[in-house]
Ligand binder design. Structure first.
Ligand SMILES: [Zn+2]
Ligand SMILES: [Zn+2]
Length: 157
């Protein structure tokens, strides 16, 4: 079990499995919602996530890319975003990695990690070597796998 929560403590959660994959997302939506360069999103089956306490607030956004809804779940008291629920991938949650008590508990490796939407990344962002990177999503809206770019050395956008 790994626990996390929001800044003010109103919301607490735990997960009971490793993330299915870890997505570093550089898209404009993630820049806007985080106010930062990118978001680290470990992906979990919804069934491996438990809300321990608190009331989540929701904001629904229609993705310009897929046309599907993405629901941001956040604390209305302190504004911390806990996870995204994408209609495109039902039964999956994308947690905001920084909300874990220990954000370093899960592995980040070439086996489980991708960087996506690097075409939208902020200048100065450094992409790591050996990790799959994608200019857009790693699958197309039609569900086809995209071809990754894998850099040999750290690469500055
Ligand atoms: Zn809070
Ligand atoms: Zn994104």
């Amino acid at each position: 079990m790994q626990s996390g929560g929001c800044l003010c403590g109103q919301i607490a959660y735990e997960v009971k499995a490793d993330p299915l994959r870890v997505i570093f997302c550089h898209c404009k939506f993630c820049q806007k919602t985080s106010g930062s360069a990118y978001v680290i999103e470990p992906i979990f089956n919804e069934s491996d996530f438990s809300l321990l306490k608190g009331n989540l607030s929701q904001y629904e956004h229609i993705s310009g890319g897929s046309g599907k809804s993405v629901v941001i779940n956040f604390c209305s008291q302190c504004g911390t975003k806990l996870f995204l629920k994408p209609a495109r991938f039902p039964d999956k949650l994308a947690l905001y990695a920084g909300t874990f008590e220990d954000p370093n508990w899960f592995q980040i490796s070439p086996d489980n990690t991708v960087h996506v939407f690097t075409s939208e990344a902020m200048h100065g962002t450094i992409l790591p070597p050996l990790i799959k990177t994608f200019e857009h999503h790693f699958i197309t809206n039609e569900g086809e796998a995209e071809t990754p770019t894998i850099y040999e050395e750290p690469t500055i956008v």
